[in-house]
Structure formats: structure tokens, C-alpha cells
Design a protein around this ligand. Structure first.
Ligand code: PLP
Length: 393
């Protein structure tokens, strides 16, 4: 063998006895075969075999297997973002003339996708009140193929009665999809409460370090596997094993990160609730929250993302006051080690009837900084908003 060839060929090394606790990063587009017959018969390898990088590597399959076990599902698919998980969860099951019913509290890009792309392809897109089963009953019909849920809902945090929603949907032959990004499968398992497909924005808590984008969808039954797999293949969607390995690593600390952040969030919420400029804090674990009974019935825990609704006349002073924050960063994502705040505008993404309150909710995601620094920031923010509202600034 000549040197140029040596540079290209991979020598075999001994891997016997190499048992690492870390999952290896396997990169591949091309998969090679031991002989011509194996190549010809590659179609016989089935979905768990390897034939081309697009369809998975041992690294991506390891993450998929972990998520399948946590979600208590039949199979998981990785996709490049949480939003991609939501769109791929519904695309294979819709055609022109079908209907989709989406919770009015859905993540806004899902709404945009439905109103723009699904509508363009002739799917009838409608929205239902996330907590009003009668509204769902009125709007569902036999053309409805998907009922889309997100619990708690984006920003306004309504907790949905998934078992009852699933019973209505299934009676009409519709599938139920649920975006579980807020809770993660540690705190909620929608597939065990009637959902057929569950999606996760792995970008948030599960990877946990704000340094990548990835999403997953897990199905409850094998029969949903083939339509999703073939749609992904036709669209040419797959994910990087490097990103998957980062998620595998982040996920090992998911439980302790979430528990700690939740406890700190509760103490910050206590401080916020004492303030006269705060009308209410929205988080389903609070006994005063309308979603609390359903959350206690169905969920196993909670995350550290919550919303703050201000007293009348205060909201306009909130955005310019955020500049006093020293530990919180200003940004729209969540679930990482850094605490974040983002003023969220609700009404542009909602029917007026399902959010009658103020347009602005301050969304807070608690990270892993020292609780005392975060409390100092909350105090400084409340003082700044108060003084602006009194006209001192
Ligand atoms: C509830 C919810 N679902 C899905 C997503 C999308 O995740 P990604 O940013 O990975 O597309 C987000 C992102 O903010 C989200 O809040």
C-alpha cells in the first residue's frame, strides 16, 4: 500500500475491552459493505440496520432509544429542531381536504406553519380553546385528522386535559399530538395520557446548555413509524451525531438541573407574588393556578419556566426596565444554565377569547446561578418598574 492510500484507509485497531461510559460519536454519510452480496441485499437490513447515514448512526440511535424509554413509546425520531419535530409530527398524516385542530395556546411558529404551509396545501386549519372541551367538541368533525396539544401552553401555560381531549379525538378517528418541551419526559409522559405522538425541543432542558438545536418525536404505536420514517427520508432530514452526543451528555444531568431550577423558581415566584405591581404569576405548580388540579393529576414534576402578569397600567414599563438585570440575560429561549427573561406579546398569536388579559407576559426561565444573585435581580427589576410607573424615570 502506498502512502496516499494509507492516508485514506482506516487501519483496524483493537477495540476489545474498550468499555467507556461515554457514547461514541459515529459520523457517517456512506456505509460500506463487506461484499457485493451484502450491498445488493442492504434493503433487507430493515429499520434497525444501517445502510446510509441519513437513516441514523449508533450515536443518534442511542439518543432515540433513551428518549423512547423515557416517553414510554414505540420509537423516536430525531430532527434538527423542536419546531421541526412539531411539523414532522403532523405532515405525514395530512392531505388536502383534511382538517387539523390546534390548541390556541400553541408555540407560535407551529401556528405560522399551519396557517401558511398546511393551508397552502389545502388542509383546513382551526384552533380550539386549550381548556374548553365543549369548544373542541363543536369544532371537531370527521375530516379532522390531528388534534394538536401543548401542555402547558406556550407563555400562557394552560394545562390541558389530555385524556379527555384524546377520547374526543379518537372517537372521530383523529390522532393526538402533544408538544412536551416545557415538562420534558421526566415530568410528563403524554403518550401514557392518550397522545399518539409526543414532541420535545431537545434544544431546551434536555440538552440544557443553550448551545445546539435538536428535536425529537416519539410515537406510541408501531403503525405510526413507517409514515414518519418515509417522510423524513423523502424530505432528506437527519441530524448530526455530534449534536446528538451533546444531548446525550446534557441529558445525564437533566434530573438534577430541573429539580434545582424548579426549587429556585419557586422562591423567585414567592418574591414576585409579594409585589403590588404583579397581578399574578402563571405556573401550574402554584395552588392558585387554574391548571393546578390537572397538573397534580397528570404530571410528575414541573420546570422552571413561568410567566409574570403585571397589574393594570404597569406592563408598558417592563421592557425598558430589563436593562437593570445583572444575572438574568435577555433572550427568548429557555432550559439552559443561564436564567433568561423575555417580554412576550400574547395577543398576536391568539384568538381574543382565549387570552382576555394584558398583551405582555414577562417569561422567566430560571437557570443554575446562585439563588441570591437571581433574587437581587428580581428586587432590582421590581424597584425599577415601580419607579418608572410612578414617573420617577
Ligand atoms: C413549547 C416549544 N416547543 C417547541 C419549541 C421549538 O424548539 P426549537 O427552538 O428547538 O425549534 C419551542 C422553542 O421555544 C418551544 O417553546
Amino acid at each position: 500500500m502506498k502512502d496516499l492510500t494509507r492516508c485514506v484507509m482506516t487501519p483496524e485497531v483493537n477495540i476489545e475491552g474498550f468499555k467507556s461510559l461515554a457514547v461514541g460519536v459515529h459520523r457517517a454519510s456512506t456505509i460500506v459493505f463487506d461484499n457485493a452480496e451484502d450491498y445488493s441485499n442492504r434493503g433487507d437490513r430493515g429499520p434497525d440496520g444501517y445502510s446510509y447515514g441519513l437513516y441514523g448512526t449508533p450515536t443518534t440511535r442511542t439518543l432515540e432509544a433513551k428518549l423512547t424509554a423515557l416517553e414510554q413509546g414505540a420509537r423516536t425520531f430525531l430532527v434538527p429542531s423542536g419546531q421541526a419535530a412539531n411539523t414532522i409530527a403532523v405532515l405525514p398524516f395530512l392531505k388536502a381536504g383534511d382538517g387539523i385542530l390546534i390548541t390556541d395556546s400553541t408555540y407560535p411558529p407551529m401556528r405560522d406553519f399551519a396557517n401558511t404551509d398546511l393551508a397552502r396545501f389545502g388542509v383546513e386549519v382551526s384552533y380550539y380553546n386549550p381548556v374548553d372541551l365543549a369548544d373542541l367538541e363543536t369544532k371537531i368533525n370527521d375530516r379532522t385528522k390531528i388534534v394538536w396539544c401543548e401542555s402547558p401552553g406556550s407563555t400562557t401555560m394552560e394545562v390541558q386535559d389530555l385524556p379527555k381531549i384524546a377520547a374526543i379525538a379518537h372517537r372521530h378517528g383523529a390522532l393526538v399530538g402533544c408538544d412536551n418541551t416545557w415538562a420534558t419526559p421526566l415530568n410528563y409522559k403524554p403518550l401514557t395520557h392518550g397522545a399518539d405522538v409526543v414532541t420535545e425541543g431537545l434544544t431546551k432542558y434536555i440538552s440544557g446548555h443553550s448551545d445546539l438545536l435538536l428535536g425529537s418525536l416519539t410515537v406510541r404505536e408501531e403503525q405510526l413509524v413507517a409514515p414518519i420514517r418515509s417522510t423524513l427520508g423523502r424530505l432528506g432530514i437527519s441530524v448530526s451525531p455530534d449534536d446528538a452526543s451533546m444531548v446525550l451528555r446534557g441529558m445525564e444531568t437533566l434530573g438534577v438541573r430541573m429539580r434545582h431550577a424548579y426549587e429556585v423558581a419557586m422562591s423567585l415566584i414567592g418574591r414576585l407574588q409579594e409585589s403590588e405591581i404583579v397581578q399574578r404569576v402563571i405556573h401550574p405548580a402554584l395552588p392558585s393556578d387554574p391548571g393546578n388540579p390537572t397538573w397534580r393529576r397528570d404530571f410528575l414534576g414541573a420546570s422552571a419556566v413561568f410567566g409574570v402578569v403585571f397589574a393594570p397600567g404597569i406592563a408598558g414599563h417592563v421592557p425598558p426596565s430589563l436593562d437593570v438585570l445583572k444575572t438574568f440575560a435577555i433572550g427568548a429561549s429557555w432550559g439552559g444554565t443561564r436564567s433568561l427573561v423575555a417580554p412576550m406579546s400574547v395577543k398576536a398569536h391568539r384568538s381574543a377569547t382565549t387570552w382576555p388579559g394584558d398583551d405582555l407576559i414577562l417569561r422567566i426561565s430560571v437557570g443554575l446561578e446562585d439563588q441570591r444573585d437571581l433574587l437581587d435581580d428580581i428586587d432590582a427589576l421590581l424597584a425599577e418598574i415601580t419607579s418608572r410607573a410612578r414617573g420617577y424615570r
